[in-house]
Design a protein around this ligand. Structure first.
Ligand SMILES: C[S@@+](CC[C@H](N)C(=O)[O-])C[C@H]1O[C@@H](n2cnc3c(N)ncnc32)[C@H](O)[C@@H]1O
Length: 292
């Protein structure tokens, strides 16, 4: 593609879920040609470093509950940079159109007449479970999945949102840390049973990845005991049980090690040896005896 990326254009690029190698080839080409890069907080620093030394870097830094660059300011910076003839990359965590503000940015840019192009990214919604060894669908076990944000603007709307989804075979919840108790309650009041397998994947796809496996009832308590922090992805459904296969498929095999120091009451929690060469830690939280 000669003459690409084009000056005076804004590229909404997905950076992928955390591992800097999970950006697309097109996204990286765009980034390496950018004059101005406006990036999210969760974008890997290694990726931001791939921009040219002369590129202007702007951290739009959206922190959960903390200060961030107002969306209007992001629009203003993108428009001003594009009007000056720059190649502008707006680098989003994951995919720009999955619980990002990529859609809003596209609409705002289009209203000013600035050319905008979307370069999709690998979303944490599917890549984080995948890198934790959890397929979202599996023949004979799961034929559908749904993704929801657990952060809602209105009180009580999480319950309504969960109910409106019906009963997908697999449910993925993003932005759930901090509202795990409400999510657990909403799922139990909907059509999910207390024994449904759950995985909480913190910092998925990165060397700091941690996986906590438990059951729906008591999930929030277990997550708190294990110190799960944002960013984390919650996977709900029978497919979670399939991740046990990676323990036997990888070399060296998964081995349970020393007990995790903050075991929840009545629940056996163990830390594991790092998986393979990737140095990711796994915490297996066994269901209590008798749990279905
Ligand atoms: C504002 S949403 C943005 C999602 C992003 N657009 C995408 O497609 O992945 C941020 C949420 O994505 C999830 N997330 C992002 N990166 C993650 C990671 N490395 N590990 C686990 N969850 C992650 C978390 O639930 C986090 O709260």
């Amino acid at each position: 593609m000669s003459g690409w990326p084009r000056p005076g254009t804004v590229y909404l690029v997905g950076a992928g879920p955390g591992d800097p190698d999970l950006i697309t080839v097109k996204g990286l080409r765009c980034l390496e040609a950018a004059d101005v890069v406006i990036h999210d907080r969760l974008v890997a620093p290694e990726l931001v470093a791939r921009a040219r030394p002369s590129a202007v870097r702007v951290n739009a830094g959206k922190r959960p509950g903390g200060p961030s660059m107002p969306q209007e300011e992001i629009h203003r910076v993108m428009v001003a940079a594009a009007r000056s003839g720059a190649v502008v990359v707006r680098l989003h965590g994951g995919d720009p159109f999955v619980f990002g503000r990529g859609g809003e940015e596209m609409v705002a840019l289009a209203s000013t007449g600035i050319p905008v192009e979307v370069v999709p990214g690998v979303s944490s919604a599917h890549a984080v479970p995948a890198c934790a060894g959890i397929p979202l669908t599996h023949r004979g076990l799961a034929r559908s999945f749904a993704v929801l944000t657990a952060r809602t603007c209105q009180e009580g709307s999480l319950q309504a949102q969960v109910a409106a989804l019906g009963r997908p075979d697999t449910l993925v919840a993003l932005m759930a840390v901090g509202v795990l108790e409400a999510l657990e309650e909403a799922l139990l009041e909907s059509s999910w049973t207390g024994g449904t397998p759950i995985a909480l994947v913190e910092r998925g796809t990165t060397p700091e990845q941690r996986v906590v496996v438990t059951r729906l009832e008591g999930m929030a308590r277990v997550a708190e005991a294990a110190g799960i922090r944002s960013p984390a992805t919650v996977v709900v459904g029978d497919v979670v049980a399939l991740r046990a296969a990676i323990h036997t498929a990888r070399s060296p095999p998964f081995r349970e090690g020393r007990p995790w120091p903050v075991a929840a009451e009545g629940v056996a929690v163990r830390a594991a040896e790092p998986l393979g060469t990737q140095g990711r830690s796994v915490i297996q939280v066994a269901a209590r005896e008798g749990d279905a």
